[in-house]
Each structure stands twice: as structure tokens, then as C-alpha cells.
Write a protein that binds this ligand. Structure first.
Ligand code: ADP
Ligand code: MG
Length: 233
């Protein structure tokens, strides 16, 4: 579904991602794990068209997308849940969700989508008229993911869903991926290496803008690189 080939990205003259290639197949949950500064957010921003690569190709459903505008990429079916959630605290939960539906054409389509998302996340329905800032950190992350689903994407990209959450909440928020994984393909990037690899079908380890390793989530968790560099074992 998503193919990234020999990608290079930088800021000005400073390269951040070097010759990166990977793919995400339909129906998978793929995790790209790495430390702070490895280039994870830069990578997602490049896929969603916010940044432009200096070399390489990005294909989505066999079409080149590395030269088309971000809003068109959303319409094609890629949704990006940004780092830090970026929910609008003074707006209601429902209005936050409807912002994610702006690419849908008809009101009936939007209403149907809202019903579907509420079925996945009933707590959002129960509190739809409350301001988003009244939600806890974990619930706001759920809202951010739900908003990402409102455009009915084929690929959902989630940047650091665990960031700033208490440890017991990380697992709860990761569990929301189990709820959606039958409906949408997921690419997540994470610093919380263990939690991400436990839920992922496959993963890639990103170190300083380069791939250090790839494999199934279980293989990576068993690998010396991951154990030593990220799990403190
Ligand atoms: N807007 C920017 N301008 C210049 N350098 C940036 C910018 N954003 C990120 N960087 C640099 O790019 C590198 C990768 O950052 P980032 O993609 O945010 O990593 P991660 O998400 O893995 O923590 C870091 O060295 C960071 O300082
Ligand atoms: Mg980041």
C-alpha cells in the first residue's frame, strides 16, 4: 500500500533521513521505532506532504505522492495524527471530530462516519458536547486518533501516541489500535519501543535517519540491537 524508496529528507542543508526504504502492506500494523531525534516525525511529515524529500520516491497504492500537495494526499486516503495530539481544547469533542471529516463531500457521509467512530470510541459520544480540554491525556489521544479516522483513511499514520502519557495509559491507548486494526492499515512511529513492537505485525528500527534493522515485532523484540539499545537488557 505504501512504498518508500531511497528517501532523503533534510532541513536546509542538514540531512536528517538518509536513503530510507520500507513498505507497509494493506492490513498491517507497522511500527517505526527509534530514539528522540531519529527522524520519525520528519518521515511522517514527508509522507503526508508537509515536507518535500530531496531524493527518492513515495508511492501510495502504486501512485507517486511525493510531489503532490498535502490536502490531496489526505483525499487519497492517508491520515496523519500528529505528535502531541493537537486537539483544539476550547472546541467540543464533536467539533474536533468534524474537522477531521472536511474531505468528505456530503453531510450524510459525515454523519455516518461520526456514528462509526462513536461506535469505536463510545466515551467520545457520551461527552461529545464537552470541550476537548476536559478529556484526560489518554482520552485526548483517543480523540486525536478518532479525528484521524473521520476522513475514512486507508492508511492511518500515528506519531508518538504514547508521548506524555502515564505508563499505565500507554497500554490503554495502544489497545485502541487493536480496535481499529481490522478497519484500517496503521503506520505508527514510537519512542516507546517495547509497547510499539508488541502491537505491531512488523517493525523497523530507525537510528539517526537510517534503518538499523527490520523484522516482525517479535523478532525485533528478541534482537540484540533492540534489547541493548532500547530495552536496557
Ligand atoms: N523544523 C526543523 N528544522 C531543522 N531541524 C529540524 C526540524 N525539525 C526537526 N529537525 C531535526 O531533525 C532531526 C529529526 O527530528 P524528528 O524528525 O523530529 O525526530 P523524532 O521525531 O524521531 O524525534 C533532529 O535532529 C531535529 O533536531
Ligand atoms: Mg517526533
Amino acid at each position: 500500500m505504501l512504498k518508500v524508496k531511497n528517501l532523503k529528507v533534510g532541513y536546509g542543508n542538514v540531512p536528517v533521513i538518509f536513503d530510507l526504504s520500507f513498505e507497509v502492506r494493506q492490513g498491517e500494523v507497522v511500527a517505526i521505532v527509534g530514539s528522540n531525534g531519529a527522524g520519525k516525525s520528519t518521515l511522517l511529515k514527508t509522507i503526508s506532504g508537509i515536507l518535500r524529500p530531496s531524493a527518492g520516491e513515495i508511492l501510495f497504492c502504486d501512485k507517486r505522492i511525493d510531489n503532490i500537495p498535502a490536502y490531496r494526499i489526505v483525499e487519497m486516503g492517508i491520515s496523519h495524527v500528529p505528535e502531541g495530539r493537537q486537539v483544539f481544547g476550547k472546541m467540543s469533542i464533536k467539533d474536533n471530530l468534524m474537522l477531521g471529516a472536511y474531505v468528505l463531500r456530503s453531510e450524510s457521509e459525515k454523519a455516518a462516519r461520526l456514528r462509526e467512530v462513536y461506535e469505536l470510541f463510545p466515551i467520545l459520544r457520551d461527552r461529545e458536547n464537552q470541550k476537548a480540554e476536559t478529556l484526560s491525556g489518554g482520552e485526548q489521544q483517543m480523540l486525536a486518533i478518532a479525528r484521524g479516522l473521520m476522513s475514512n483513511p486507508r492508511l492511518l499514520m500515528v506519531d508518538e501516541m504514547s508521548l506524555g502519557l502515564a505508563p499505565f495509559l500507554v497500554d490503554r491507548v495502544m489497545d485502541t489500535l487493536k480496535v481499529i486494526r481490522n478497519k484500517v492499515t496503521v503506520l505508527l512511529v514510537e519512542q516507546k519501543v517495547q509497547e510499539a513492537l508488541e502491537i505491531a505485525d512488523r517493525g523497523y528500527v530507525l537510528q539517526n535517519g537510517r534503518l538499523a534493522m527490520e523484522g516482525s515485532g517479535a523478532e525485533l523484540l528478541e534482537s540484540d540491537i533492540v534489547k541493548k539499545a532500547y530495552l536496557g537488557l
